[in-house]
Design a protein around this ligand. Structure first.
Ligand code: OAD
Length: 251
């Protein structure tokens, strides 16, 4: 299998995931014409700082609802295969075969971590963490009481989810880690993302122009499908386990 061969040969792998990898866990993507969140809800009413300032109760409730959906969901074989890939790479590194693996996700659902991935860069944040609008002090969602919404913070502000809203900057620490990973990467694998949202959508072109091999696994074609070295059209939860099994069987 060509994808497995490329991954097996790579020294520095960056994987980028989007909502498509969680679709087989039952979580809606954003841009599916029928089931996508943005086909049912207006992002300008729910995913901007203006929306939160206008109606913090509505926005809080929407993110609590999304958190509940994510908690009820289970990681699927796609998430599990990526956790296995990280573990395999760590084992190779222990055997003096120096390799690196970075998983960057646009998802805020925490499913990669629940599948066993350890090093995950949450480039669009997480709905499991919330922060005070005054001080930025963070709390885990399970430490908050939602009897009153918006939830008052003990520092005088209100609590908002630690997610990136339209018009906001990506988190600084995560961006620095991403930049470093992209600069040294020799294989970039994009999974389940439509490539519509900047700046994340440009990561694959950056990797390409930096000389990395590029693979895309996606149910539908994307703007990058023709540019990547290998485009595999299909479901992440079906394809990834086969790819990872093949990598491990090269040993
Ligand atoms: P999208 O909804 O834009 O794209 C999901 C992609 O996954 C589509 O290209 C689908 O074809 C593909 N897909 C669906 N099911 C799949 C499966 N089982 N296996 C493989 N591919 C599948 O979601 P994202 O690209 O993640 O940002 O969206 C990017 C950002 O836009 C999100 O992080 C969010 C949203 O607005 C913010 O909220 C800031």
């Amino acid at each position: 299998m060509h994808a497995a061969r490329l991954l097996h040969e790579a020294k520095s792998i960056v994987v980028l995931t989007g909502a498509g990898i969680s679709a087989e866990s039952g979580l809606a993507t954003f841009r599916d014409p029928e089931e996508g969140l943005w086909s049912k809800y207006d992002p300008m009413e729910l995913a901007t700082i203006d929306a939160f300032e206008r109606d913090p109760e509505l926005v809080t409730r929407w993110y609590v609802w999304r958190f509940a959906r994510a908690q009820d969901a289970q990681p699927n074989p796609g998430h599990e295969a990526l956790a296995q890939l990280e573990q395999w790479i760590n084992e190779q590194t222990t055997c003096n075969d120096d390799r690196s693996f970075t998983l960057i996700t646009q998802n805020v659902d925490g499913l990669h971590q629940r599948a066993g991935s350890h090093r995950v860069i949450e480039i669009h944040g997480s709905i499991l963490r919330w922060r005070c609008t005054n001080t930025g002090a963070e709390k885990r969602l399970d430490e908050l009481c939602f009897d009153q919404t918006p939830v008052p913070s003990e520092h005088g502000g209100i609590m908002r989810p630690c997610v990136v809203w339209f018009g906001e900057m990506l988190p600084e620490k995560e961006m620095i880690q991403t930049q470093q990973a992209l600069e040294s990467c020799d294989l970039f694998l994009s999974i389940g993302t439509s490539g519509q949202v900047q700046p994340v959508a440009s990561f694959v072109s950056f990797a390409l122009s930096n000389g990395a091999r590029t693979i895309e696994i996606n149910r539908d074609p994307t703007p990058m499908s023709e540019a990547v070295d290998l485009s595999i059209m299909g479901l992440a939860g079906e394809i990834l386990p086969r790819v990872i099994d093949a990598i491990i069987s090269f040993e």
